[in-house]
Write a protein that binds this ligand. Structure first.
Ligand SMILES: [Zn+2]
Length: 166
């Protein structure tokens, strides 16, 4: 991504900056500044996130974070079908993700909290969806669009299982 954003305390708004530090957009809310940033850097991820959120509003904040993780190139194959290493949004931690529908899991606290806290990752069709898993599913979605060969086990992911793409 050629831009980054942060909350400007004094102005009480989100600022989008180029790597050179030039402010290119401002917004009142986090989703709006992410939209602005994706419009510039990764419009296809923006379109996909908006479709997913329309179908699953409970995933909204995690979907926005996932687009940033994806657009920053933080999703890395980890050997094996549907396996990934995902660098956290701020790049401070690495989580192990299994994106195969039947094994869908992540080593992050949000995934672990899904069954024990109402603030944990929303459970969709029996498995929690955290932002790291969503970022991997996004990566798979675009790999598939580019015609890359994906293992059959990971093809039947979130979208096909839940009609998100229809
Ligand atoms: Zn996670």
């Amino acid at each position: 991504m050629s831009t980054y954003f942060y909350y400007q305390e004094r102005a009480k708004e989100w600022w989008l900056l180029t790597v050179e530090g030039r402010v290119v957009a401002r917004a009142k809310t986090r989703p709006e500044i992410i939209r602005q940033s994706l419009r510039q850097d990764c419009p296809e991820a923006l379109a996909l996130a908006e479709r997913w959120i329309q179908n699953y509003p409970q995933l909204s904040s995690r979907c926005w974070s996932a687009t940033i993780i994806y657009a920053r190139g933080h999703v890395c194959p980890n050997g094996g079908y549907g396996r990934y290493r995902v660098l956290s949004q701020k790049g401070e931690r690495i989580y192990e993700v299994d994106a195969r529908p039947q094994f869908r899991s992540c080593t992050c606290p949000d995934f672990g909290n899904a069954w024990t806290s109402r603030f944990g990752a929303p459970i969709i069709n029996g498995r929690p969806l955290c932002k790291h898993i969503l970022a991997c599913l996004m990566d798979e979605h675009f790999a598939k669009k580019r015609g890359e060969q994906l293992p059959s086990s990971s093809l039947n992911s979130f979208e096909e299982a839940h009609d998100v793409d229809s």
